[in-house]
Design a protein. Structure first.
Length: 189
């Protein structure tokens, strides 16, 4: 027996029983939304984070510039991978090279470090104040990050890799407060 649902303005949807023996179960969501049309879902979760505080980190190695979040969790770390993209506005005030940055996943005891993974080389000519962007984009294979709830840190791995991040009018009168953006897409493999 088929059930026909007539659309509110036009068209219809037909729910039809399978033509095979056995029991097929359709589980509907408990909240409003769109019902998935396939068994496999490529994108499992999209997490977005923003940081918008002017920060001038130490020039030492091993420095947390700022924390994106302290509550990142994966739906399935064993079977899903991550696609990571971040943009961190910065100023190059000391004409240093800033390639020693990256994203650190940590659960407090175990770290997953990404120095040099998808990082763009950034810098400016000597004796200039320039607006730059520290950015990274990379994928993380399934079963790579530590277990549990993770803290995500914008991290300096090498000395003399510091830059003022998220500059504002204290750096250039024309600037409003800038913000860093992080997007993490968890996908099924």
């Amino acid at each position: 027996m088929s059930i026909v649902l007539v659309g509110s303005t036009s068209g219809s949807i037909t729910l039809q029983e399978p033509a095979v023996a056995g029991t097929t179960i359709l589980t509907l969501p408990t909240t409003s939304g769109t019902v998935l049309t396939s068994e496999a879902q490529a994108i499992k979760k999209i997490s977005t984070y923003e940081f918008a505080t002017r920060t001038n980190p130490s020039a030492s190695a091993g420095v947390v510039v700022f924390t994106w979040t302290s509550s990142f969790t994966m739906i399935d770390r064993v079977n899903n991978g991550l696609l990571v993209m971040a943009w961190v506005p910065a100023t190059d005030q000391n004409t240093k090279d800033y390639t020693g940055f990256g994203l650190r996943f940590t659960n407090g005891t175990t770290n997953y470090d990404t120095q040099g993974r998808g990082s763009n080389y950034v810098g400016a000519p000597a004796a200039t104040l320039a607006m730059i962007v520290q950015q990274y984009g990379f994928w993380v294979p399934a079963n790579s990050v530590p277990t549990g709830t993770l803290t995500l840190e914008h991290y300096l791995y090498t000395a003399d890799s510091s830059a003022v991040v998220c500059p504002n009018s204290a750096d250039d009168i024309r600037l409003n407060q800038t913000s860093a953006q992080l997007i993490i897409i968890e996908y099924g493999i």
